[in-house]
Design a protein around this ligand. Structure first.
Ligand SMILES: [Zn+2]
Length: 119
């Protein structure tokens, strides 16, 4: 890779991380490394794929920052949105203790909040 290509890649990375911080405004104080770890992004390639998923979608209005979460569960109902990670963790623990179902917590790609998903 020549210098120009490296520069371009770094710029793209910077832009991608900036876009993520716009969406997840509560993560704004995290360093690049913390942010990528938090979102479970292992390398630059995954970062660009993540951004692509977020912004480049065939669905209309996907690009805009939607106030209401559009995600639905298997039965088509709106997915539960937890307003804090702690709350989501508590629910996940409760479900694990009562039903032995292991759930993962992830930040909603649309709005501020967290979802639970089967692993
Ligand atoms: Zn959501």
């Amino acid at each position: 890779m020549n210098l120009k290509a490296i520069k371009k890649r770094l710029l793209n990375k910077e832009r991608a991380l900036k876009q993520i911080r716009v969406i997840y405004s509560h993560l704004v104080s995290m360093s690049d490394e913390e942010l990528m770890e938090y979102l479970d992004i292992k390398d630059d390639k995954e970062l660009f794929e993540y951004i692509k998923d977020l912004f480049i979608s065939k669905e209309p209005n996907k690009k805009s920052l939607i106030k209401k979460c559009r995600y639905t569960d298997n039965s088509g109902r709106a997915k539960n949105l937890y307003s804090s990670e702690r709350e989501a963790k508590r629910v996940a623990e409760y479900i694990y203790n009562t039903q032995k179902i292991l759930l993962k917590i992830y930040p909603c790609p649309d709005v501020y909040g967290w979802h639970l998903s089967k692993i």
